[in-house]
Design a protein around this ligand. Structure first.
Ligand code: FE
Length: 261
């Protein structure tokens, strides 16, 4: 398995605090069957900046330490980039990183609302040949209430990542329901852990994929697994499996029509 959104690098943000925590997280990831992790420390979220060059240097060093410790996992560089006015300029200043050197970029909205400039940003990123992946839309209050607004962003070219903890109820019932509803509506393209800490917010990737297979079928598990690989290999995502029209009511019927066009 490949996990494209984690906070595993030590001391850079609110994820792993030190090398011991990084090492424990890496070992736990290996025991779940994760082979590749993209480290995505926060950028410009008001607390952390983690410029591209710093993340790249840390990633290199951690890989060397993991090899020395005999942990068979690859860490690749990335960032979780907060949506802000200066984002495009920051890209041109080479402060930002895509995911594992691909054309995919992980962007994070505030948890309360969809920023006004979101449509324009998605448009601009695509002009720059970048493919924006919206981190955990199920945790955005406006999207949980108005999922059709995520559908509009997806139609404009955005992709979306759901977090394993959301699917497994770790953030409460409301976010769990939003997460499944977005998945079943075909608005989610990729599953990842957003792991911060082994006990408090670990990976739970195997567990989440198992529940996806049970509730949505094997084709959806394969779809999500394959898309994560496509990020690392910088390939286009696979085509979306058929959506059951009865599963989520009107929105789902609209979306299944939308995707079958
Ligand atoms: Fe994150």
């Amino acid at each position: 398995m490949i996990d494209i959104h984690t906070h595993i690098l030590p001391g850079l943000d609110d994820g792993a605090a030190n090398w011991d925590e990084t090492l424990n997280m890496a070992r736990a990831a290996v025991s779940e069957g994760i082979t590749t992790i993209i480290a995505t420390p926060h950028h410009a979220n008001g607390f952390y900046n983690n410029l591209a060059v710093e993340v790249a240097q840390h990633t290199l060093r951690i890989n060397e330490q993991l090899i020395a410790a005999g942990v068979p996992i690859a860490i690749m560089p990335g960032q979780e980039i907060r949506v802000h006015d200066d984002l495009l300029e920051a890209w041109y200043r080479e402060e930002l990183l895509s995911l594992a050197g691909s054309n995919y970029v992980l962007i994070e909205m505030p948890s309360s609302r969809i920023p006004r400039e979101m449509s324009e940003l998605i448009h601009e990123l695509q002009i720059m040949k970048l493919k924006p992946i919206i981190a955990h839309p199920e945790r955005n209050a406006e999207i949980a209430k108005h999922p059709e607004r995520l559908a509009a962003l997806v139609e404009e070219g955005a992709l979306a990542q759901v977090t394993t903890h959301s699917l497994l109820g770790g953030f409460g019932r409301r976010i769990e329901q939003a997460a499944w509803s977005l998945c079943k509506s075909g608005l989610i393209h990729i599953v990842s852990s957003d792991a911060h800490h082994l006990e408090r917010r670990g990976f739970r990737m195997r567990e989440a994929y198992d529940v996806i297979r049970e509730r949505m079928g094997e084709q959806w598990e394969s779809y999500f697994l394959n898309n994560a690989r496509c990020v690392v290999e910088d390939k286009p995502f696979g085509s979306i499996p058929a959506i059951e029209p009865s599963s989520e009511g009107a929105l789902s019927r609209f979306l299944s029509y939308f995707y079958s066009r």
